[in-house]
Ligand binder design. Structure first.
Ligand code: SDX
Length: 436
């Protein structure tokens, strides 16, 4: 970043001395006002719950223009990456800042492939869960537990440890998610098969059984790979910010990523894809498209607490480019499976059309986000609704790691420690219990 040809002067109506604050400019996007010296110079904090106007870091990984509906991974538009690259190329790009050539892609893919197995002990963690445990409860536990197997390489300040941990996490997430699914289905775990692609191997571990050969459907394999690309990273969203804050204490990468998994679970964030599919199924049960108008009235009634899941976004005030690509993938997968008339897909399309023409949504610039169509694709593939967010976590792991490694590699980084506006009791003395 560089100093902008501008500065911010902060003056106070109560006559306190005004101060000048430097303004920095990135390569693209809003300038920032550097307030790091504000407290020292004024004795005051800024106040920004939810970080609506706060840049928490400097990053070169992902750029979002919410007004244009633009998403770039290391400068490359998501539309081009999702249609001309695969997830291994995207992982290489996010981690190392460049798309691999043929040799580098083969080498990276092989390194990931040879880390897909988990320690045999990992399977015993699952036995502690009920069979109906939510997969995100299992994933939060399993990812954190991974650190117990790599004490020799969890020093986040060691670049080699960061690199091997990145590969291990990217490689093992599909194995762990598939194990969580198999455990809930009461089926035996399937070991990774090194001859398969990253997405193909995940499908195999999910749907193969020891009883017969499993043939990967190339259309579904490609669709799943694209779902991984679309979910790989997204700037400083809630779970990525969680990973950065957690990692800033110097904890090991597995613990930091486990914190990201826990945050992603929330229905306002990655849990929205599961909530969106459940919402569509509820509307379908109410009567389908004929009942959409009634449902939308509930959404617009603030007291109902009902939101149109899969719609709205803190940054996008235009169509989420990932939602467009996900809708296309939806159509391809449904067509290849002969499900063109899937009622939920038709309901989602009708819901989107009504919402985009409704003043409530237009005024608030509420558009479909990545979660609106992703559930329909995954459900068509045969993935249970409760596993949708775990698959989001699988794909986002590379983004979390890239952001964590960028932070640790930044000489300016410090442990994150926000302050507060205190509104509680001022000092008072404890009374003996008999006098309270
Ligand atoms: C993800 O940050 C990321 O990048 C996240 C993500 C990623 O890749 O990491 O993109 C993934 O989390 C996508 C978002 C998934 N969440 C959902 O689909 C859940 C439904 N959406 C909302 O909860 C909401 O839109 C948020 C949480 C996504 C954004 O909330 P904000 O930015 O805090 O916006 P807001 O709640 O202040 O909403 C502004 C207005 C409010 O109405 P008013 O107070 O102005 O009258 O819009 C309304 C909200 O009530 N609103 C909605 C709505 N979303 C916002 N009303 C109905 N349905 C919705 N979905």
């Amino acid at each position: 970043m560089k100093l902008a040809d501008n500065k911010a002067t902060l003056s106070f109506s109560n006559g306190s001395a005004s101060i000048d604050l430097p303004v920095y400019r990135g390569t693209v996007g809003p300038d920032v006002i550097d307030i790091r010296k504000l407290y020292a110079q004024t004795g005051m904090f800024t106040y920004d719950p939810g970080f609506l106007s706060t840049a928490a870091c400097q990053s070169a990984i992902t750029y979002i223009d919410g007004d244009k509906g633009e998403l770039l991974y290391r400068g490359y538009p998501i539309e081009q990456l999702a249609t001309t690259c695969d997830f291994m190329e995207t992982c290489h790009l996010l981690l190392y800042g460049r798309l691999p050539d043929i040799a580098a892609k083969a080498e990276f893919t092989q390194r990931v492939t040879y880390h897909t197995m988990v320690n045999e002990q990992m399977q015993f963690f699952l036995r502690g869960f009920r069979r109906d445990a939510h997969p995100m409860a299992i994933m939060t536990g399993l990812v954190g537990a991974l650190s117990a197997f790599y004490h020799d390489s969890t020093d986040i300040h060691n670049p080699e440890h960061r690199d091997i941990s990145a590969l291990r996490l990217i490689a093992k997430m599909p194995t762990l998610v598939a194990m969580a699914y198999k455990y809930s289905a009461g089926q035996p775990f399937m070991y990774p098969k090194n001859s398969l692609s990253y997405a193909g191997n995940f499908l195999h571990m999910m749907f193969a059984t020891p009883c017969e050969d499993y043939v990967v459907n190339p259309v579904i394999e490609r669709a799943l790979d694209r779902i991984f690309v679309l979910h790989a990273d997204h700037e400083q969203n809630a779970s990525t910010s969680t990973v950065r804050l957690c990692g800033s204490s110097g904890t090991n990468p597995f613990a930091a990523i486990a914190a990201g998994v826990a945050c992603l679970w929330g229905p306002a964030h990655g849990g929205a894809n599961e909530a969106c599919l459940n919402m569509l199924e509820d509307i379908q049960a109410m009567g389908g498209i004929a009942k959409v108008g009634q449902f939308m009235e509930q959404v617009k009634d603030k007291n109902s607490g009902v939101k149109l899941m899969g719609f709205g976004h803190r940054v996008y005030k235009n169509y989420d480019p990932r939602a467009k690509l996900m809708q296309e993938t939806c159509k391809e997968v449904l067509a290849s499976l002969g499900l063109e008339n899937d009622p939920l897909f038709k309901l989602a399309m009708a819901l989107e059309k009504i919402a985009l023409e409704d003043d409530y949504f237009v005024q608030r610039k509420l558009y479909p986000n990545v979660d609106f169509y992703s559930g329909i694709v995954q459900r068509a593939i045969g993935i249970p609704v409760s596993l949708f967010t775990a698959i989001f976590a699988l794909a986002r792991t590379v983004g979390w790691i890239a952001q964590l490694n960028e932070m640790i590699g930044d000489p300016e980084y410090k442990i994150g420690r926000p302050r507060q506006l205190f509104s509680g009791s001022t000092r008072r003395d404890v009374l003996p219990i008999a006098q309270r």
